[in-house]
Design a protein around this ligand. Structure first.
Ligand code: GLY
Length: 419
């Protein structure tokens, strides 16, 4: 049983995790580091350097935490989960080695090749002199990825060879290899799975909206909104993804002596022949988590604790509320460029308004403190109701210069998504 939980991170995903944990009757004491202005209403915020294993271990020991849940990828890739486990603290999140499934796209491709998992053909380019010849082997749509962590903004998908070349050259100039990939056709799905060695428990499938503008216009972002479940996805597809993608990858990692423990996020394109992997992440996705957890009926603390303690196989089947959930991100002016911060927000303490990039100013007012500022969640009997509630809630919020997409879940609602 988990009583005291410490969540690491400061975004909308962490606010959603905290709300889920608060609704688990076994969890009585909730802490977060560093948190944001919204999390402080339901947990105690702690100002700690979350990429320092020593600092996080010290805080967890001081709080006598039964469980630490690590939200973002950077502390995971830097080994914060390893430091906690070495100190004997139950931790939700993979080791640094296992987190390479997100931290290095080349590593992920190698694991997928060994596991026989369908994914895009890819080539790594680490020498600018080889770039043009490599670009000629791809297209007419180019997919260019920074081979490192880039918060969702390191990927350019374009039909313009010059744009692809400029992005690749920029990554190479900053010392990062780039991955060129063939374009995978088909609607995208995010499937989050609790993974403990070879045990895999899927959550509800969701769909992110990565581009900044309506109708997928403009540059990629960390994610501007999401909905779940997916009315256009055949019912058996979740099981296919688990069997054809997630279980083989989990087994391959066990075989390599680096078992995955935590949340394995499969980003997929669903083509006519079935699912193909676009990317893996080693943590809950943002903003899909805000929608997915809104429909979780089972206690979240028990699910995360079972994963962290190697007892996921014994967890009762997860139960879900009927209906749908939608999350819409309210972003600061200029996001995904350098966002304007410090603007006072009103209406941000309402139900369904999760905080992503907020803090409190000297007067005690809630102010914007990041690019994605709020994640507003609506639920309902169906997608139409969930969308209506999310957008009604957004209408009551004021943040100067902010923007949001008005079409989250709309194509699915209008039956415009097909495989
Ligand atoms: N929703 C995209 C991500 O979390 O990476």
């Amino acid at each position: 049983m988990v009583v005291r939980v410490l969540v690491i991170g400061s975004g909308g995903r962490e606010h959603a995790l905290l709300i889920g944990l608060r609704n688990d009757p076994s969890v009585t004491d909730l802490h977060v580091a560093p948190g944001n202005a919204g999390t402080s209403a339901i947990a105690t915020n702690h100002a700690v350097d979350v990429v320092s294993g020593d600092a996080v271990v010290a805080l967890a020991q001081k709080l006598e935490a039964d469980l630490v849940v690590i939200g973002p990828e950077v502390p995971l890739v830097l080994g914060v989960a390893d430091a906690l486990r070495e100190a004997g603290i139950a931790t939700f999140g993979p080791s640094a080695q296992a987190a390479q499934i997100e931290g290095s796209k080349a590593f992920a491709k190698d694991v997928m090749a060994a596991a026989g998992v369908h994914t895009a053909h890819a080539e790594i380019v680490d020498n600018p002199a080889h770039l043009d010849a490599a670009l000629d082997r791809f297209g007419p749509t180019w997919v260019v990825k920074d081979d490192g962590l880039a918060a969702g903004k390191g990927v350019v998908v374009t039909a313009d060879r010059d744009v692809a070349r400029d992005h690749a050259a920029e990554c190479l100039e900053s010392g990062h290899p780039v991955l060129l990939e063939s374009f995978l056709d088909g609607p995208e799905v995010s499937l989050f799975c609790l993974v403990d060695g070879e045990t895999v428990v899927p959550l509800l499938p969701a769909q992110d909206h990565k581009r900044v503008g309506d109708n997928d216009a403009g540059p990629n972002t960390g994610g501007m909104g999401a909905y779940t479940p997916l009315p256009w996805l055949p019912a058996e597809m979740t099981e296919r993804i688990v069997d054809e993608v997630v279980k083989p990858v989990a087994a391959e990692m066990v075989k390599r002596g680096i078992p995955f423990s935590g949340l394995l996020y499969a980003g997929l394109a669903i083509g006519k022949d079935g699912p193909a992997v676009v990317e893996f992440n080693c943590r809950f996705g943002d903003p899909e988590t805000q929608a997915v957890l809104a429909l979780l009926k089972s206690p979240l603390g028990a699910a995360l604790n079972a994963t962290a303690t190697g007892t996921l196989a014994d967890l009762p089947a997860l139960e879900w509320h009927d209906g749908a959930a939608v999350t819409v991100v309210v972003a600061a002016e200029n996001y995904p460029g350098k966002p304007r911060t410090g603007d006072v927000i009103t209406g941000a303490d309402a139900e369904g308004v999760l905080h992503a990039g907020t803090s409190t100013n000297a007067d005690g007012a809630i102010v914007s403190a990041g690019g994605r500022v709020l994640a507003v969640v609506g639920t309902g009997a169906d997608l139409a109701e969930a969308r209506a509630q999310a957008y009604d809630r957004i209408a009551k919020i004021k943040l100067p210069g902010s923007h949001f997409r008005t079409d989250i879940g709309r194509n699915a609602l209008e039956g415009k998504i097909s495989i």
